[in-house]
Design a protein around this ligand. Sequence first.
Ligand code: ADP
Ligand code: MG
Length: 357
Amino acid sequence: MSSVDVKGVSKTFPQTRSGTATRAVDDVTLHVPNGSLTAVLGPSGCGKTTLLRLIAGFLVPDSGTIAFDDRVVAGQGRPVPPQARRVGYVPQEGALFPHLDVAGNIGFGLAKASRRPGADVSERVLEMLDLVELPREFATRAPHELSGGQQQRVALARALAPSPSIVLLDEPFSSLDAALRESTGRAVARALRVAGATGLLVTHDQSEALSLSDQVAVLREGRLIQAGSPADVYMAPQDPELARFVGGASAVPGRAVSSGLSATCALGTVRLTAAPSADDLVLVLRPDQVVLVDDGVEAEVAEVSFYGHDAAVRLSLVGQHTALVARVPGPTAPTVGDVVRVGVRGAVHAYPAPVRD
Ligand code: ADP
Ligand code: MG
């Protein structure tokens, strides 16, 4: 068990023949508490893999420090090499040893590091297969005899087998189908907790980040723009763009009402979560805050995504260029073309409107 402390870390890749230099990680400061799971969330290319490789020790930061508990592993003196960091790493592409069978892959780090007796290693291999929900018979298969998702789970088992203090997972579930993704995600989060390992889980999937982690760290263009509990990031996103990315929220223009905690917008007067810092505002409406009501503003249903338990309804306010998304219980979902009435539930977050020239 260790905490991870990333302080002011930057990494620039030098100019390539085809392009310019890339500042992949830009002055990132992040604390990952001992034994917790942090999701590193952001779109493709925002620096997630680079950040993990810096923590694992495959890359060295240009500036800043990385510490595990009080032990500085990079940025001060000679960097600690990856094999001495007690970090389990699951790369984005599983990368199993093709010449070893599944048991050989999972037991690889065990046999080398701990000089455990063979029987112990085989026992641990079976435990790991159970953990990642693969049949024990797979122990003798070769990697090429497994599907992509199964290979990925073997890679995960291999990283967890030596009980590392810190486990780094780079989009480990992206090759799994939806149902397996959820159950594997929960199993992995549980396994990390049971082992007391500190985890960093890279994902571009906001529901995976919110549902599995204790902390969500959002990266954008190499910079950390927000780190907080899943509820904080969902309910109080740093800016409208993050509200859209994390919560599928809609943004509508609004104007502060001089008497304080409210604003007017196309949906009428709405309550705000905090006193606005400008007159012209961007109001962020999460889908759970947009509700169908009898006395609301008229909107036409443009699209319905039915999920069963609930449905996402894309709406266009009648006579206005305003699009909204509402989440409604599945059985009550309207159909495309319906005209419904919408209102706002609860207090909404407001941000100063971008200045136009
Ligand atoms: P993510 O994992 O979030 O998709 P990466 O960390 O892989 O993002 O990449 C961040 C940025 O750094 C991208 O613009 C990428 O093209 C660039 N990059 C990553 N690795 C290298 C490298 N070895 N050489 C040059 N540029 C790189
Ligand atoms: Mg990546």
